[in-house]
Design a protein around this ligand. Structure first.
Ligand SMILES: *Cc1c(COP(=O)(O)O)cnc(C)c1O
Length: 404
């Protein structure tokens, strides 16, 4: 056996699971981020579609400060008034009945998958365990979440596949027709894929998926962790489709604007297997998270917020089409929905992100060699124009680099 050299200890002592940009920020305000040296960046990453209301939104800061001085944590063995208030609001806007609060998107997905399995078990159909997901999806990093998405890059090396998970090509309706049977538990889908590179499922297909599942007794789970709560210009991305309401829906990201909070919503019917003792969380729905969540939902549901998303999305759509025309050797395609925008590139997306950083613009990566623009939903036209100008210069640099 070849002698193995001792693994090197990372100098920062942090598990090396991220490839990080060589940048650290000290503070943020709206769409701006500032380094300790005072350098200013225009932020179109938004903590990966998380700071939907921008950085340090005054109402959220106030809500967190006020709660911090009163009570942080008590446990779910007590009633939590903030939880009841946020549950009332979320079920009202989502047209669903019950909520389980979590600390992250992954945990919301975990709760959704357990809820779906337990539903069929409670119905006397324990054989209905199969969960159908789609290629290019991202549902988080727990065992269930990685197998629900089926991305080999995230499942490899972690032992045998979790039984009962199956992945179909995104948008392949014929494959879905064939796959949903009497052993199907649920279909889990992002109405607009985020990490997969800002891919929107056609609205008619979402309605078709819903109809198919209803006919065959399978549950529909929407993972709206990235596309939900306003990012596409409607509160929930599935609302663009007619008659495509979910049985279960996962939220996180924008729900806390950067404070860790997630939610799994369901109809009372879909949640009927989840009785006392079947699930739980220490931190989920604690008073701090609920105070921020309530303030965030208050702002996200303002008609002006959604109007702004649609207005800026229209503006950026036009501007980015122009960019595509001027730099066809750099940009291959503009896609996504609302302010979940993807640019598929001809040049390497990681290198392009670095070129954008040189212009003091922060953009996110994505599958399919995409970069994503995920700015605050409150971004102004002026700021959006600035983002386009910086992208223009990044394209220029990318072309120069390719020619060199
Ligand atoms: C970010 C994300 C998750 C995972 O959320 P975490 O808070 O990182 O656990 C799940 N699904 C989608 C669609 C996401 O974008």
């Amino acid at each position: 056996m070849a002698e193995q050299s001792a693994p090197t200890v990372p100098t920062d002592h942090i598990l090396g699971v991220y490839s990080r940009a060589p940048l650290a920020f000290e503070r943020g305000r709206g769409v701006r981020l500032y380094t300790a040296e005072g350098e200013e960046y225009l932020d179109c990453v938004g903590g990966i579609a998380t700071t939907g209301l921008g950085h340090a939104h005054p109402k959220l800061v106030q809500a967190l400060k006020d709660q911090a001085e009163k009570l942080w944590h008590v446990s779910n063995i007590f009633r939590i008034p903030g939880q009841e208030a946020l549950a009332r609001r979320l079920t009202e806007i989502a047209g669903l009945d019950v909520v389980f609060f979590t600390n992250s998107g992954t945990e919301a997905v975990e709760c959704a998958l357990k809820t779906a399995r337990k539903y069929h078990w409670a119905n006397g159909a324990p054989e209905r365990i199969e969960v159908i997901g789609f290629e290019g999806a991202f549902h988080g990093r727990s065992y269930a979440a990685i197998f629900a998405a089926g991305n080999p890059a995230y499942t490899e090396g972690f032992g045998p596949a979790l039984p009962g998970y199956r992945t179909l090509p995104y948008g392949d309706m014929a494959a879905l027709e064939a796959a949903v049977t009497e052993t199907t538990c649920a279909v889990i889908i992002e109405p607009v894929q985020g990490e997969g590179g800002a891919r929107a499922l056609p609205e008619v297909d979402l309605a078709r998926l819903r109809r198919l599942c209803s006919e065959r007794g399978a549950l529909v789970i929407y993972d709206e962790i990235q596309c939900g709560l306003g990012r596409t210009g409607k509160l929930f991305a599935h609302e663009w489709a007619k008659e495509a309401a979910p049985d279960i829906m996962c939220l996180a990201k924008a729900l806390g604007d950067g404070f860790p909070v997630g939610a799994c919503l369901a109809t009372a019917e879909a949640a009927k297997g989840m009785t006392v003792g079947s699930h739980g969380s220490t931190y989920g729905g604690n008073p701090l998270a609920m105070a921020v969540g309530l303030a965030a939902v208050q702002e996200l549901t303002r008609p002006e917020t959604l109007e702004n998303v649609r207005d800026i999305a229209g503006y950026l759509g036009q501007q980015l089409s122009g960019l595509l025309e001027r730099w066809p050797d750099v940009v291959a395609e503009v896609r996504g929905k609302g302010l979940l925008i993807g640019l598929r590139l001809h040049v390497n997306n990681r290198e392009f992100m670095a070129l954008a950083r040189d212009q003091k613009l922060l953009i996110a990566g994505g599958g399919d060699n995409c970069v994503r623009l995920l700015p605050s939903l409150l971004i102004t036209r002026e700021e959006a124009r600035e983002a386009v100008e910086k992208l223009e210069r990044a394209c220029e640099a990318a072309r120069a680099k390719a020619a060199a």
